[in-house]
Design a protein around this ligand. Structure first.
Ligand code: HEC
Length: 157
């Protein structure tokens, strides 16, 4: 066999072997009692956008299409989920302090405005997660309103 062929066989074998090493899935069976909607008014249309575009990396439940179980993509996704949840978890939002809630809502506004979220490397495959102009406006209006309300209730305390 030529060196290129040997190289290809080795590469293919590695690809086959790594399929058996799947990362733990981000899937929760319990009812999420600390979801953002338990502490803040989240209209259905806003929640639908968040679920569609953000929850895969920022909640306790990721939707896994079949190709997401292919390695090394599954590791890549798992690391984003881990990192994303650490920064912001909509299923843990009710446990955040007021200060943290406000700072996360502000960060969301920034991420939506500068289009850094959802991650471009993710929307490259998950085209349906791209925020439309209408989605962005809806989220922006909701974030403005919510941040105001939290600030006001904070001032009262
Ligand atoms: C493919 C996974 C993925 C998706 C989908 C995703 N994010 Fe993220 N997000 C991350 C990761 C990873 C980080 C941490 C690293 C970084 O900031 O780039 C992060 C960080 C953030 C932060 C920063 C938190 C802070 O305190 O600075 C905000 C805000 C955020 N995401 C909002 C969103 C919103 C809103 C959506 C949906 C419109 C979304 N993300 C969709 C992976 C994702």
């Amino acid at each position: 066999m030529s060196r290129t062929k040997i190289g290809l066989v080795v590469l293919l074998s590695i690809l086959v072997v790594i399929q058996f090493f799947q990362p733990a899935r981000n899937e929760s069976v319990q009812v999420e009692t600390s979801n953002i909607a338990t502490t803040i008014d989240v209209p259905d249309n806003v929640q639908a956008i968040l679920q569609n575009s953000c929850y895969d990396c920022h909640s306790n439940n990721t939707r896994y299409p079949w190709y997401s179980t292919l390695q090394p993509g599954a590791w890549w996704m798992a690391s984003h989920v881990e990192e994303g949840k650490e920064e912001l978890n909509f299923d843990d939002f009710a446990n955040y302090s007021k200060r943290r809630k406000l700072s996360k809502l502000k960060a969301m506004q920034g991420a939506i405005e500068d289009e850094s979220m959802p991650l471009p490397s993710y929307t490259f495959i998950h085209r349906a997660a791209i925020l439309s102009e209408k989605d962005k406006q809806l989220l922006k209006d909701w974030l403005d309103k919510t941040r105001n309300e939290i600030s006001i209730s904070e001032a009262r305390e």
